[in-house]
Design a protein. Structure first.
Lengths: 463, 305
């Protein structure tokens, strides 16, 4: 690989780039040749047989070679040139645009979020809106809420938690068990699920107080897995991997029910046609309000001493301790509050699905939530929300690409590529912006004016 | 006594596999201070490569000698897995070196998702069973109808592990390559000043770790006779536990930790409850990290301002 400087001076070095592309092709052939080209399948007598797909391998190798060639001859030099140019400070007009964008974007998107179900219903009717409100609206908002909840732990306090899904599970199982066994209402169990999850947060947070960085991440991962394995194996309580089904729906504060058989069914009371869309729209607003509650609490807490202690802890734990901040309490409150919002989201999830099983709380979920927080830019609320929309919305969109079947044949299912693209996006975004979408650090206290600094200027200790 | 002996044999076999994977974790952590989260999935991919070539050699080329097949499969799996790991380091980790400390970890988690889903898409989500091979056993003790046995497979796993660990030990301790690797582990900047090619050494560390993971993958496949795209995560976490237990950064520690984890797991499932064997492994991970983060053979980490 030639260095960027020589490329910009002499223009692209075509023979070297060709050689490089051929080398990349050989490597791609070595990796994809056996794994893609020789597909193993079980035949009728359960023996594995090999079917070859050399055409597909040729296409992949071709794409890798072309991509590598374009990268070395065109894309990297362009980026290098642009980097040199961008060293000049941005113009006043650009700054003003950014400032106004920052001002109207949160409120603008809030208005859009509140109008979203109405827009979808107007465009597609009640039946058509189901998919857009449920798969996109509710699904994304759950992850926004989880991202914001974890943002307290990872983004503000700088404690990398890879087992956040455990608190989500505690919330979901609390609602599922208490509602099915004792018939308690969602509105009573929501705070209870939050409190239980917060207790678990403190219980699991206590032993890991001394750990930092990667070790903390691995121990929290272990805790998350232990809780999932206990949920699978403690069959007397949790019904094992079969899960808990027929979890009651949420009622509109007990006034209207969304059960079809109930006398106070929402549609019956208002004399509307039966449709599950009302319940979905209700759930949409509920999760929107829950997510906004998370955001509101976080934003207010950031201005309190505890919030500042969190951020100080994130930047440098040793300095924090020498200034007399009680790191034990600071860490435990972060764990407890993050866990509490995870618990809220969990009980909402259980009520929305009507069914919970340990399958929903695998490590992959934790990884997805951590990815959302880090990709968004640790600590930035807008960044986390944007990352959730991009990652969850983007992968949900893949379900909609059925027109690709016309191109690739009938047994092509874009859905199976969902997580593959998710993983690739994680790697690529990290390489492109290692500090996430929004990496600026905004001070909560300032003398005359608020000056944001780039995240790359802060050390980010090993909390 | 027979049950104890049998569990000991099974535990040592499982432990050798964990130990081989753990070396990959411990070397990478030692040299760049990063938990290579995708290592468990590299191990899984290597088992798939072994499975594909085993089928290819036995059904298409019709090689009947089991030892010849295993040796060819082992070599091919080591080469291709090393290539894969080298590429992953080049594409996903090298651009992030010296960057924000969470970035490589997130990139590695992303890579782990990519690998397992790539295999799921390319080879299908179902279990891949191989016909049984090397099915003989040696009976050691027999009493009241229960016999403690060693299967040929287990003997093969021990022999292969021992031979490769010896070869690996020689490379790390006696060759210029190993010296460069140990130098980078102690002080990367100083090693670079003294003319060690740090980038190349880090790449080679990934390659060596992957080659040993490929050995583990091939042995795992021949031991259990079945592999699935999701098989990377749990052995990966257990091998990481082994690396931490033995003292991260220490090569003998990784092997020792692997054997211990293998023994704990089999004894736990033999005497207590098979359902909770993974809980036991994860609990050990948590307990070790909390109470003795330096492990058995590791150096304590000094906190610097």
């Amino acid at each position: 690989m030639t260095s960027d400087a020589t490329v910009t001076k002499h223009g692209p070095d075509i023979p070297a780039a060709v050689k490089d592309a051929v080398l990349a092709g050989v490597i791609a052939l070595g990796i994809f040749g056996p794994l893609v080209g020789l597909k193993t399948e079980q035949n009728m007598s359960n023996e594995l047989v090999i079917t070859t797909r050399w055409g597909l391998v040729a296409v992949i190798v071709g794409i890798v070679m072309a991509g590598r060639f374009l990268l070395t001859t065109f894309i990297w030099p362009t980026i290098a040139v642009r980097k040199q140019r961008d060293k000049a400070p941005p113009s006043a007009g650009r700054l003003a645009f950014l400032a106004s964008f920052k001002k109207w974007f949160p409120s603008g998107s809030l208005v859009f979020l509140f109008l979203y179900p109405a827009i979808v219903v107007y465009l597609l009717g009640f039946q058509g809106s189901l998919k857009w409100v449920d798969n996109f609206g509710i699904q994304i908002l759950i992850y926004v809420m989880l991202g914001w909840g974890l943002n307290i732990v990872v983004g503000l306090a700088g404690l990398l938690d890879l087992g956040y899904v455990a608190f989500y599970a505690v919330g979901a199982y609390s609602y599922a068990l208490l509602a099915t066994h004792f018939g308690l209402s969602f509105w009573l169990l929501l705070p209870m699920a939050g409190i239980l999850a917060a207790l678990w947060g403190i219980m699991l947070g206590f032993p890991v107080l001394r750990l930092r960085g990667d070790y903390l991440a691995i121990v929290t991962l272990a805790f998350g897995e232990i809780i999932r394995l206990v949920l699978i194996n403690f069959r007397e309580l949790t019904n094992g991997s079969a899960g808990i089904s027929s979890i009651p729906k949420i009622t509109f504060f007990g006034i209207w029910s969304f059960d079809v058989s109930a006398p106070n069914n929402f549609a019956k009371v208002w004399g509307l046609a039966m449709s599950s869309a009302y319940y979905k729209i209700f759930l949409y607003y509920l999760i929107l309000l829950l997510a906004l509650l998370t955001a509101f609490v976080t934003l207010r807490l950031r201005k309190l001493p505890i919030g500042r202690a969190w951020e100080a802890l994130r930047e440098d734990e040793i300095a924090c301790r020498s200034l007399g901040i009680n790191t034990t309490n600071t860490k435990l409150t972060a764990f407890a509050l993050g866990a509490m919002f995870g618990g809220f989201a969990g009980s909402f999830f259980a009520a929305r699905q009507g069914f919970v099983s340990p399958e929903s709380f695998v490590f992959m979920e934790s990884a997805v939530i951590v990815a959302i927080v880090v990709l968004g830019g640790m600590g930035s609320m807008i960044g986390v929300a944007l990352a959730a929309v991009a990652m969850i919305g983007g992968t949900e969109l893949l379900r909609e690409l059925s027109f690709l079947k016309a191109v690739f044949g009938d047994n092509f299912d874009p859905d199976q590529f969902r997580m593959l693209f998710f993983g690739l996006a994680m790697v690529l975004i990290m390489i492109w912006r290692p500090r996430g979408f929004v990496s600026a650090r905004e001070p909560t206290v300032f003398l005359t004016e608020r000056k944001a600094i780039s995240g790359s200027l802060v050390k980010e200790g090993h909390g | 006594m027979e049950i104890f002996l049998q569990q000991l044999i099974n535990g040592l076999t499982l432990g050798s596999i964990y130990g081989l994977i753990a070396i990959g974790y411990t070397m990478v952590f030692g040299i760049i201070g990063m938990v290579n989260f995708a290592h468990g999935d590299v191990f899984m991919v290597s088992a798939f490569i072994a499975m594909i070539f085993f089928l290819l050699l036995t059904t298409v080329f019709g090689i009947t000698s089991i030892f010849l097949t295993l040796i060819i499969v082992l070599v091919i799996a080591m080469v291709l897995t090393s290539l894969l790991s080298w590429t992953i380091e080049r594409v996903a980790y090298r651009p992030l070196r010296g960057s924000f400390r969470l970035a490589p970890l997130i990139s590695a988690i992303g890579m782990s998702i990519v690998l397992s889903n790539f295999i799921q898409v390319a080879q299908g989500p179902r279990n891949k069973p191989l016909p049984p091979m090397l099915s003989g056993t040696v009976t050691l003790m027999e009493k009241n109808g229960f016999a403690a046995t060693i299967s040929y497979k287990q003997i093969m796993i021990w022999v292969v592990t021992a031979v490769l660990l010896a070869a690996f030990w020689y490379v790390v301790q006696k060759t210029p390559l190993g010296r460069a690797q140990r130098a980078c582990e102690q002080d990367r900047k100083m090693a670079a000043l003294l003319g060690v090619n740090v980038d190349r050494t880090i790449s080679l560390t990934f390659v060596m770790g992957a080659a040993l993971a490929a050995v583990a993958g091939t042995l795992y496949l021949s031991y259990y006779g079945v592999v699935n795209f999701s098989d990377g995560f749990t052995p990966g976490v257990k091998a990481f536990t082994a690396a931490v237990l033995g003292g991260i950064g220490s090569l003998p520690g990784a092997v020792l930790g692997g054997l211990l984890i293998g023994l704990i797991e089999t004894f736990w499932s033999g005497y207590f409850s098979i359902d909770y064997k993974d809980v036991a492994a994860f609990s050990i991970l948590a307990i070790v990290l909390i109470f003795m983060p330096q492990g058995i053979l590791g150096r304590p980490e000094v906190e610097k301002v």
